[in-house]
Ligand binder design. Structure first.
Ligand SMILES: NC(=O)c1ccc[n+]([C@@H]2O[C@H](COP(=O)([O-])OP(=O)(O)OC[C@H]3O[C@@H](n4cnc5c(N)ncnc54)[C@H](OP(=O)(O)O)[C@@H]3O)[C@@H](O)[C@H]2O)c1
Length: 262
């Protein structure tokens, strides 16, 4: 068994494994020999991926259908995995809503808070006792560069990711001495279903990364927490934004986004 599989295996649980970054995490973890629990709503996609990973990599894969906008779902996921030795939690499922804050649908906003904040919190809370007992393992929270500063016209989403950045940083400090790596992944624009679901043409986005590159570089940097931005372009852009007076940065962002929206 190699170091990675010993440290983070034998089982990794990935939420949002039915597409995009989560699917890439699952595929790359299987290629490193880890058994998997795949979680999402679209069961057909999970079964299709599970069959592919079993056939290609010879790993054991279980699928679990869960709608993480149901506040009870995360604890059901934890309970269903209770007999497995989960060494790596990839809390990745999430979605965003763009546009003027008050024009968004109130129920969708509520679901976004539940999926993006409540679910990762409950999953971490549920899996940490076992990780501590093992004395080794990891947690990846998929956040976003939008969590680094309040993003106009993405206010609710940006706020959910700021919550994740705070949770991830605090848990990194709490758990590092216990041998548990906590990495808060802050991708920039990534070529998944997510931009399209928000009405954005991905070809208009700057420095679009592939989900495979995001997942691969994240797994290579698991021990480089607390926060990881995979794109050099977004690292530089946010370094500059965060060095500006906050009011000037926010005004410039709002102005650019208003212009982009026409
Ligand atoms: N793409 C980007 O540009 C970008 C940038 C920064 C951060 N991110 C973050 O990256 C993460 C993954 O997104 P992605 O880009 O890979 O988008 P994606 O292709 O749309 O994947 C989102 C995943 O989350 C799952 N999910 C969404 N709502 C769910 C719910 N209610 N219950 C259970 N699972 C749910 C989806 O599965 P089902 O639909 O099958 O349930 C899907 O597997 C998200 O947290 C997103 O905020 C993305």
């Amino acid at each position: 068994m190699d170091d990675f599989a010993h440290r983070y295996g034998p089982v990794a649980l990935v939420t949002g494994a039915s597409s995009g970054i989560g699917r890439s995490f699952a595929t790359q973890l299987a290629s490193r020999g880890l058994d998997l629990v795949l979680v999402a709503r679209r069961l057909d996609r999970l079964h299709e991926l599970a069959d592919e990973l079993r056939a290609t990599h010879g790993v054991a894969v279980t699928v679990q259908q869960a709608d993480l906008s149901d506040p009870a779902a995360p604890q059901q996921v934890v309970q269903a995995a209770a007999t497995l030795d989960v060494g790596l939690l990839i809390s990745n499922a999430g979605f965003g809503v763009k546009g003027p804050f008050e024009e968004g649908d109130a129920d969708t906003l509520s679901a976004m808070l539940t999926v993006n904040c409540h679910a990762p919190t409950q999953l971490a809370h549920g899996f940490i006792p076992h990780l501590k007992q093992r004395g080794r393992g990891g947690i990846v929270f998929t956040s976003s560069v939008e969590g680094l500063i309040g993003c106009p016209f993405s206010a609710g989403y940006s706020a959910t990711k700021a919550y994740m950045n705070a949770l991830g940083e605090a848990l990194w400090a709490e758990l590092t001495p216990a041998g548990i790596e906590v990495l808060t992944l802050c991708p920039g624009a990534t070529d998944t279903e997510a931009p399209r679901l928000q009405g954005i043409d991905p070809t208009t986005l700057q420095d679009l990364m592939s989900p495979d590159d995001v997942a691969r570089s994240t797994l290579e940097n698991l021990h480089h927490g607390p926060t990881y931005i995979p794109s050099e372009h977004y690292r530089a852009q946010f370094r500059q934004l965060l060095s500006m007076p906050r009011d000037a940065a926010l005004t410039a962002m709002a102005s650019a986004l208003r212009t982009a929206a026409g």
